[in-house]
Write a protein that binds this ligand. Sequence first.
Ligand SMILES: [Zn+2]
Length: 297
Amino acid sequence: MSRYIPIIGLEVHAQLLTKTKIFCSCEVDFGGEQNTRCCPVCTGLPGTLPVLNKQVVKYGVKAALALNCGVGQYTKIDRKNYFYPDLPKAYQISQFDLPVVKSGKIKIETEDGEKYIRIHHAHIEEDAGKLIHDNIENTSLADYNRCGVPLLEIVSEPDMSSAEEARAYLEKIAGLLQYAGVSLCRMEEGSLRADVNVSIKRPDATKLGTKVEIKNLNSLKAIVRAIDYEIERQTKILDAGDVVIQETRKFNDNRGITQSMRSKENAHDYRYFKEPDVIPVIISDEDIAEIKQQCQY
Ligand SMILES: [Zn+2]
C-alpha cells in the first residue's frame, strides 16, 4: 500500500467530425501537404472574420447527451490569449465560463468495481497548428493545416486515483463519442489527445497536493506510463521532505520520463474575454429534442 493517494484529472481533446473547420470552410482531412488547408481566416490575417460552423455546436449538444451531461443552452465564445508560433492569431477562440456542455458524470469499470467520474464541463474550441522541428537543422517550421480544426475539450473532476482508472475513463469517453458519431477518437492521428493533472496527498491530508500537468499525451500507453512515472517522482520528492512545484511537464516517450516545460499558467494569465466577432448561441429545447431524435442512445 502506497503512503500517498494519487489524485488524477484529465483534459481530453477530441476532434469533432466535421468536414470543414470551426470558423472557415477549409477542409479538415488528416495529413496532406503542409499549409495547403488554410486560408486568411484560420491563419488570422487582419480584417478577416470567423463564422461559427453550426455543425460544431450540434456535435457539442450530441456529445453532452452521450456523456450524460447537461446542455449549456446559452453558450458563449471567448478569446484565450497566448503567444506561441503555432498560433498565428496569438489567441485561440475557445469557451470560458458558458460552455456548450455542462457538468455530468460517467461510469467506469475498475478492479474494485464500478466508479463514477464527474465531468466538470466540456467546451468547443479551435486547434492550433503544428511545429516541425526535425526537417532542417536548427530550424522550426510551422504547418497551419490544423489551425481551426474543431475540438471538444472535456474536463474531468480530479476523481481518478490510478493510471488504470485514467485509461478506463479515456476508453469510455472515446467509446461514447464514437458511438454518438461526433468524433473518430483516433489517438494515432491526433483526433484524441489528453492532458493529465497529477498530484498526490497523504491519506490524512485535508488539502489536495500541488498538481503537475502533463501535456499532449497521444496514446493510452503514454498516458499510463506518464502517470505512473509522475506518481513515483512526486512520492520521492515528498519522501525527501521537499515540495512539488506547480508546473507543466511533457512526457519523453523514449526515456519514459516527464520533463519540465514551463511554470503552470492560471486562467487569469490567458486574459479571457468574450470573442467580439462571434455572437453567443442560444440552444432551444426544440433544438435539443431534434438532436435527440437523431441519436440512437
Ligand atoms: Zn481556413
